[in-house]
Ligand binder design. Structure first.
Ligand SMILES: Nc1ncnc2c1ncn2[C@@H]1O[C@H](COP(=O)(O)OP(=O)(O)O)[C@@H](O)[C@H]1O
Ligand SMILES: [Mg+2]
Length: 238
């Protein structure tokens, strides 16, 4: 499969704090790739550098073979990369529908946008039931669904998900990951950041493990899941 996204030797710092050092990874078109690691390892920073929300201090990021180093974050969205940031940040005072339409604010094709609202409702039927409601009244799981649905409104080729399971019950995690798989099967490539290692290795084909801003391990998800040493050292053991 051709590479959709690749990072080569990417570094990033917040002032004197070196958050990423020479991170290289690649995301093949059509895949779900997982990015794992402890709290503070640099997972969110990696996604934020790809989205151009945090500047890189070295290295190269290629999307569809072309460097995105000089692009602004809205240009990256337009090029086909959408991020669901860590934590829940729906626009609480706006309705569910308005939140979805905001995800399409860079688009001018009203009919396509309406179709995509329908598509979002097909993935997340509960959002259809609540589309007039203020987003702030949704449960935590429903807000996470709305955030994913909103990101899809940009029709991304690549979806960056930052800890979609955070704070959700096991049942909701299962439900959301079932939908994430369907979104992938329907043609969206996914780079998935997770602390829930079992779930992430179960739904990805390849995984990278970050430790202190460096890639400490990488390999097919099934091999990492079966590797006792990796499990013990990085993934909390079992
Ligand atoms: N806005 C920021 N300002 C300063 N330091 C930050 C900021 N965001 C993250 N960091 C630091 O960068 C490192 C990586 O953080 P982060 O990418 O958020 O890790 P993760 O998502 O894996 O938990 C941590 O040491 C964290 O404290
Ligand atoms: Mg994070």
């Amino acid at each position: 499969m051709p590479e959709l996204l690749s990072l080569r030797d990417v570094s990033a710092a917040y002032g004197r704090i070196q958050a990423l050092s020479h991170v290289s990874l690649s995301v093949p078109e059509g895949a779900i790739v997982a990015l794992l690691g402890a709290n503070g390892a640099g997972k969110s920073t990696t996604l934020n550098v790809i989205s151009r929300l945090v500047p890189q201090s070295g290295g190269e990021i290629l999307f569809r073979g072309a460097s995105i180093a000089a692009r602004a974050s809205h240009e990256v969205v337009r090029a086909g990369i959408a991020q669901v940031p860590e934590g829940r940040e729906v626009f609480r005072e706006m309705s569910v529908r308005e939140n979805l339409e905001l995800g399409a604010h860079l688009r001018r094709d009203a009919r396509g946008v309406a179709e995509d609202v329908e598509r979002a409702f097909a993935y997340f039927p509960v959002l259809r039931e609540r589309y007039r409601q203020r987003a702030g009244t949704l449960s935590g799981g429903e807000q996470q669904m709305l955030l994913i649905a909103r990101a899809l409104m940009a029709r991304p080729a690549l979806l960056l998900l930052d800890e979609p399971s955070l704070g959700l019950s096991p049942l909701l995690v299962q439900q959301i990951f079932g939908i994430i798989r369907r979104i992938n099967e329907d043609g969206t490539t996914i780079l998935l950041v997770e602390q829930n290692v079992g779930v992430a290795l179960g739904c990805s084909s390849y995984a990278y493990i970050l430790e202190n801003g460096e890639i400490a391990h990488h390999g097919p998800s099934a091999s990492l899941a079966a590797d006792g040493a990796v499990q013990n050292a990085y993934l909390g053991g079992h």
